[in-house]
Design a protein around this ligand. Structure first.
Ligand code: SF4
Length: 465
């Protein structure tokens, strides 16, 4: 066991702050301890590690664990009195950073199926782990703003093409062998291209790009906090010129990625999701047992509120389902996101999870057309800061409803109590079902039907509005 780092102590919640294990954050149900797992791989002795982690949560917290949309594990409900024991336990598992500052910048999202996806271009575990280690060790990088993130993706069936980030490395096949396509500020489709690098060059290229970001933003009158803002303000060429070792790109088109298939029995893994990414310590122990008994004894964390069990198949599937897991990519519950709401956050005033499940039942047409629902306990939008097809954002026990909007964004109907919110979404769903064109996805239909939606909510003034 290493000497424990000086405790940063619990932090009060503030916008933009990121909790960790060294510096947990106080939320409504106690301290939230976020555990960053290098490359999302709970490794070789994983079953024991995971069982111990789950036991820590059960013994010292309230036994609730979350899978975050950044691929981290979060232990909820820890108290100030029990935090030292949780911290010591994580340190024994090798999951505690040296200090809060280095922990905060280790935001590397790695392809969850790296090394087990035969369709991937490259197994990116090694470059991702090297980048994680560089971020921890290189003090020059510790000035990066909170939430500045990296994606390292090998392609394949569990790809991260649509994960928006600050600096991304996407594997591509070239005549010279696999390379990483380096791009800044966005998804695979829209990030600004910088060049190619070898897998071994990822830490150096990432560090140079991060330093370039810090230097260039410092020269701007209003320094952007994220890479997309810097690219918009200073241009990708200014960034590119400061990154040595990049190979030029001859093919600038984004590589094709297949439709992502993650859940259920897949060649190479069993994928198991949990509604809203929340599971009990006992469920996590069950998943660890299944990984040990039927797989390689390893779990992979994903940004999709799901775990992958490498090597596990049908024998583990029923047990995972019985434990509350979701094994179908098309399960309607997965169309909804929700933060902890009143049950887990002192800002929340509504039961976001129960309300989200009621909304799922009210919106079959929207969900069948690929639409999304987001129920947020307030305008901060912790669970999904960006837009969803339908967003409900709570204040004082009532919801504001937005369409193709982010929490805190434009509102179509105000101050709906939960029952009225369900009724409003059901009305929107009927409108969509009656007017959606064949083959049109939900977001496109909602955008086209904006005038009808305006009329719908103008007619249906919410009670108390
Ligand atoms: S979005 Fe939800 S979890 Fe985040 S501060 Fe608001 S109520 Fe709390």
């Amino acid at each position: 066991m290493t000497a424990l780092p000086a405790a940063a102590g619990p932090r009060p919640r503030r916008r933009g702050a990121c909790p960790g294990a060294v510096a947990p954050m106080m939320v409504g149900d106690g301290l939230l301890v976020r555990v960053r797992v290098p490359a999302g791989v709970l490794p070789a002795a994983a079953a024991r590690r995971i069982a111990a982690l789950a036991a820590l949560a059960a013994a010292h917290g309230n036994g609730l664990i979350e899978l975050s949309h950044r691929g981290n594990l979060q232990i909820r409900g820890v108290t100030a009195a029990t935090l030292p024991a949780v911290t010591a336990g994580l340190d024994a598992l090798g999951l505690l950073a040296a200090d809060a500052v280095s922990e905060a910048v280790r935001n590397v999202l790695t392809a969850p199926a790296a090394g087990i996806d035969a369709d991937a271009v490259l197994d990116v575990r090694a470059p991702a782990l090297a980048l994680d280690a560089r971020l921890a060790a290189d003090a020059a990088l510790h000035r990066l703003p909170p939430k500045f993130g990296f994606v390292v993706d090998g392609g394949g069936r569990a790809h991260l093409a649509d994960s928006r980030t600050d600096l991304r490395f996407d594997a591509v096949a070239t005549p010279a062998g696999p390379r990483l396509r380096v791009a800044a500020g966005g998804t695979l489709a829209d990030a600004a291209l910088l060049g190619l690098c070898t897998p071994g060059a990822v830490p150096d290229v990432a560090a140079a790009a991060a330093i370039a970001f810090l230097d260039l933003r410092a020269a701007l009158p209003e320094p952007p906090r994220r890479m997309a803002g810097l690219v918009a303000a200073a241009g990708a060429a200014a960034l590119r010129a400061r990154i040595p070792g990049l190979e030029p790109l001859t093919d600038t088109a984004a590589p094709e990625r297949p439709v992502r298939t993650v859940l259920g029995v897949r060649p190479g893994w069993l994928g198991v999701a949990f509604p809203f990414g929340r599971l009990t310590a006992a469920t996590l122990e069950t998943m660890a047992d299944l990984a040990n008994a039927h797989g390689t004894g390893e779990l992979r964390l994903t940004p999709w509120r799901a775990l992958l069990l490498p090597g596990a198949g049908g024998a583990a599937a029923e047990a995972a389902r019985a434990a509350g897991g979701v094994l179908d990519d098309g399960d309607p519950r997965l169309a909804a996101t929700a933060c902890s709401g009143a049950a887990g956050c002192d800002v929340g005033t509504t039961d976001t999870h129960a309300d989200a499940l009621a909304l799922v039942a009210a919106a079959p047409a929207l969900i069948a057309a690929g639409g999304t629902l987001h129920v947020s306990g307030c305008a901060k939008g912790c669970a999904r800061p960006g837009p969803a097809g339908v967003t409900l954002s709570a204040q004082d026990g009532r919801y504001d409803l937005g369409v193709l909007a982010s929490p805190g964004g434009p509102v179509r109907a105000r101050a709906l109590d939960p029952a009225a919110a369900v009724a409003a979404v059901a009305a929107l769903d009927r409108l969509l079902r009656a007017n959606r064109r064949p083959g049109e996805d939900a977001d496109a239909a909602l955008a086209r039907l904006a005038p009808e939606i305006d009329r719908l909510f103008a007619r249906e003034e919410p009670p108390g509005a």
